[in-house]
Design a protein around this ligand. Structure first.
Ligand SMILES: [Mn+2]
Length: 381
């Protein structure tokens, strides 16, 4: 089994520290949540004081994982980092993946260790373990815990197995699965990882409201062609979901709107920038990061006759882009040009509208995709 030369140094750092910070990435997926919860439990077992934070609400589907209720909804960009002796960042190609604050970076004084598998990772930690040949960070964490001689409880094993299943698409993504992936999964089952529970919660527990939202995405689904490459495409604006126009187009914040209509303070929506008052229609749809990436995974990597899929959904003042490949085309290349990143088979980006309308934003993104595809050579897999 693969070993990492950084393993010893990372353990030494952990042992010498008292207060450790972990954070999920934006729109946390099963790998982010699983790997972080496993490491969180291990660090707590060592007697460390650990904070596990997330800027986004993690998907309730994964609330069966040990330690899940201890995840705090906090933004790392607003945290006093000097209070921690060590910051461990998993599954995040860049610091921007951790927060919605633009331009967030770590200062030189901060002890940051980065453990990741995104090949776009620039190595922004003091110490970096970046293994882009491994399909999930959960698999990397398994190998580190083995090297450290850790006791893996059924809880830790379940978190890691859930992360591996998530990032390998249930062992379906060829680029994320190696012979060792199965050895690790086998060993996790021996350590009494709860496979049935993981599968039930990952794939058999979709909210009705999420399915209705997917219905809107499917209604708009079409096959586009650019430079001889066909791709599945859907774009969904918030207008279409029945949200009132956001401040972006009205020039009025929802808080101001709330004031104008003299809503009681406690009945006003969260005053986060651009937050809108949901209408009955948008309330019956469940729209969060995981319902978006879920739609991309379920539909956009399976449209017959296409090389890849692109889903664009409005998130107030931005467009979230999800890309899934079903050929040799590396969608991380497209995501990178659009300011994001990811893997060959699955990638994403966030495009700030900066005053543009949703339709203008979509057109700009499609132009960029056109330019990238003009330089691609695709073989069907
Ligand atoms: Mn990952």
């Amino acid at each position: 089994m693969k070993t990492y030369q950084e393993a010893e140094e990372i353990l030494k750092k952990i042992r010498s520290c008292k207060k450790i910070l972990l954070t999920l990435h934006r729109g946390p997926d099963a790998d982010s949540i699983g790997s972080n919860l496993a490491l969180y439990q291990y660090l707590k077992d060592l007697g460390k004081e650990v904070d596990l934070i997330s800027v986004d609400e993690p998907s309730r589907n994964l609330s069966f994982l040990e330690g899940f209720p201890e995840i705090k909804i906090e933004d790392i960009a607003e945290k006093d980092l000097s209070a921690f002796d060590l910051i461990l960042i998993l599954d995040s190609g860049s610091p921007e993946m951790l927060t919605y604050k633009q331009g967030f970076i770590f200062s030189n004084n901060e002890q940051v260790i980065v453990i990741d598998h995104h090949k776009t990772n620039t190595g922004y930690g003091k110490l970096n373990l970046i293994d882009s040949d491994t399909g999930s960070v959960s698999e990397i964490i398994y190998k580190l815990l083995e090297a450290w001689g850790a006791q893996m409880s059924p809880g830790i094993a379940t978190s890691l197995l859930t992360g591996i299943i998530g990032d390998t698409g249930s062992f379906r993504f060829e680029s994320s699965v190696s012979p060792e992936t199965f050895i690790v999964a086998s060993s996790l089952l021996e350590k009494r990882a709860r496979l049935g529970q993981a599968v039930y919660n990952l794939f058999q527990s979709t909210e009705l409201a999420t399915l209705k939202y997917w219905g809107v995405i499917l209604k708009n689904l079409e096959i586009k062609e650019s430079n001889g490459i066909k791709f599945a495409f859907s774009a969904v604006s918030e207008d279409e979901l029945g949200y009132p126009p956001s401040r972006n187009t009205l020039g009025v914040s929802p808080r101001m709107k709330a004031k104008k209509f003299s809503l009681r303070r406690d009945s006003a929506p969260d005053e986060a920038w651009g937050e809108d008052i949901p209408t009955a229609r948008s309330r019956e749809l469940h729209i969060d990061k995981s319902s978006k990436s879920g739609a991309a995974t379920v539909f956009f990597s399976s449209v017959s006759g296409t090389e890849f899929g692109l889903l664009l959904t409005q998130d107030k003042i931005a467009i979230d882009g999800s890309l899934r490949s079903r050929s040799s085309l590396d969608v991380a290349v497209i995501a990178e040009v659009c300011g994001g990143g990811g893997h060959k088979a699955a990638a994403g980006f966030r495009y700030m509208l900066d005053g543009k309308s949703f339709d203008e934003g979509v057109r700009t993104i499609l132009d960029v995709v056109n330019d990238v595809l003009a330089k691609q050579h695709v073989e069907n897999s």
